[in-house]
Design a protein around this ligand. Structure first.
Ligand SMILES: [Fe+2]
Length: 199
């Protein structure tokens, strides 16, 4: 059966897509407390923090200048000191009624620790093509469909108002996830296109 490289990557991802995890099913149905969803964000914070470190390491190792440039640009966008993406997770935690300063010291669960370790094994031990595909299609691109599933529930079940402010959701209003979707789209699409065009 013929299939493009892109489709093979996406099909592999979709066989165990995280959007189908029971946790997200419960979240979409409004059956989780705000505190439980905020705790998820603390684990997401621990994972994404390492993700950015994987990206920095991988970018330092890749000889292909276009891929290196893409990774550094993506990293610079994520770590923009005036609009750090990780801060949106703290904003969500704050909107859930929990002290956002507690996020960084929150326990790292075993599964989160395993995910962190998996990423380091990828960038240390796999060829860059495999590591980048794992990071961007295996992981990051899953977030888009997760957000599509969760954002409506944030409005219908949790009382957050739709919010399209440019800087993501602020500490006193609405949700972070709509802007997360917006922010995640360009980078994920772009890397899928780049990878699908490579042999
Ligand atoms: Fe981001």
């Amino acid at each position: 059966m013929s299939s493009s490289f892109h489709h093979q990557l996406v099909a592999t991802r979709d066989r165990k897509h995280s959007k189908n995890h029971p946790f997200f099913e419960l979240w979409a149905q409004g059956k989780l407390s705000k505190e439980q969803t905020a705790f998820y964000c603390t684990q997401h914070f621990h994972f994404v923090g390492e993700y950015l470190n994987w990206m920095a390491y991988e970018a330092s190792q890749i000889p292909q200048r276009d891929v290196k440039q893409y990774l550094f640009e993506n990293l610079g966008d994520e770590e923009n000191p005036d609009d750090r993406h990780l801060d949106m997770l703290k904003d969500y935690v704050a909107a859930s009624g929990i002290d956002p300063s507690s996020v960084e010291s929150t326990i790292v669960l075993g599964a989160t620790d395993a995910l962190q370790s998996w990423g380091w094994r990828m960038v240390y031990q796999q060829p860059w093509q495999g590591a980048v595909a794992a990071m961007f299609i295996g992981l990051e691109s899953q977030f888009l469909d997760i957000c599509k599933k969760i954002v409506p529930a944030l409005h219908s079940h949790y009382g957050y108002r739709p919010h399209l402010a440019k800087s993501g959701f602020s500490r006193n209003t609405s949700t972070p996830t709509r802007s997360m979707v917006r922010r995640a789209l360009p980078s994920s699409r772009s890397i899928v296109i780049q990878l699908s065009c490579r042999p």
